[in-house]
Design a binder for this molecule. Sequence first.
Ligand SMILES: Cc1ncc(COP(=O)(O)O)c(C=O)c1O
Length: 348
Amino acid sequence: MTSGGGIANTIALKLARDRALGPGARRGGVPARAAGRLRVYASDQAHFSIARSLDVLGLGERALVRLPSDRSMKLIPEALAAAIARDRRRGLRPAAVVATAGTTNTGNIDPLVTIGAIARAEDLHYHVDAAYGGALLFSDRFGERLRGLDRADSVTIDPHKWLFQPFSLGGLFVRDGASLRRAFHTEPDYLRKDLEREPERLDFYHYSMEGSHRFRGLKLWFTLKTLGRSGLARLVDRTMDVALHLEKRVRAEERFEIFDAPVELASVCFRYLPEWARRGDARRRARLNALQTAIQQKIERSGAAWFPNIVLRGDVYFRFGVFNYLTTEADADAVLRLILRVARRLRV
Ligand SMILES: Cc1ncc(COP(=O)(O)O)c(C=O)c1O
């Protein structure tokens, strides 16, 4: 268990780095022959913590090859395979592939099966950042969308996102526990080692860069004991139902335009279209963007609802994430009505 998904991603990429550089890297760092040459592949929708992790690990943010996503905001496997081949030809050293299962902006899921096959064929560490979408594993109705997750070497899941836990609680699953221990194991004199040899003991300082570590998993354990897997599935499905309701309403209202990517998790991205925009004046992009920002800020200031504005391919959209199982269809309808009311009164 970690403080969040970002740190879990850093730990995963440490495993990838050590696998690529071999056991000497812990003491010697990145050897001169590999400096500036390691490469990690992800789509341009990957969370910023991937690039930051590469900086922290001494590989540099430039080690991240950001592949353009397709219209559904997903990584394109053919482009991944081509980028790896091109880099090998150039004498670079591919080290890892990061797929995102639930992008931060639109909640889209990369094609996990195909990406996993490429990673395996290329002998690369396969990390799936399922910080957001991992919760879908609990759902019988929607869990199939994560097919291929089981091929990963490491998976980030953030229970403080869509498993309804209070901040902060992230998590990393790794296929090979011994590799995690090899990456972080340390024996400082002030910590007694005799009892640690007992096999069932889990001392977290051997498994991440953290030392003192609070009992983060306790709240999740209580949730599991209270609700069980089926209870969590019910809550995840409930938020999905509200999101799908919202999607339907947005599609049915001509003053809204939904972002053109499938709704795969509980995120719905759309924007308000005033009459002049519906007439299709493309030169008014800046004005349309300013209008979305003004609407969002007015509503945020009012305290009636909160949703962020995000930029997708240069256009500003509202991003609705239904992450609270107490949110109802009626709440969603009320926010849509509020947007229309606020938009009518604004002069942008
Ligand atoms: C896909 C993804 N990965 C990682 C993170 C980082 O999570 P945290 O804020 O818990 O570090 C986020 C946060 O939104 C995310 O959406």
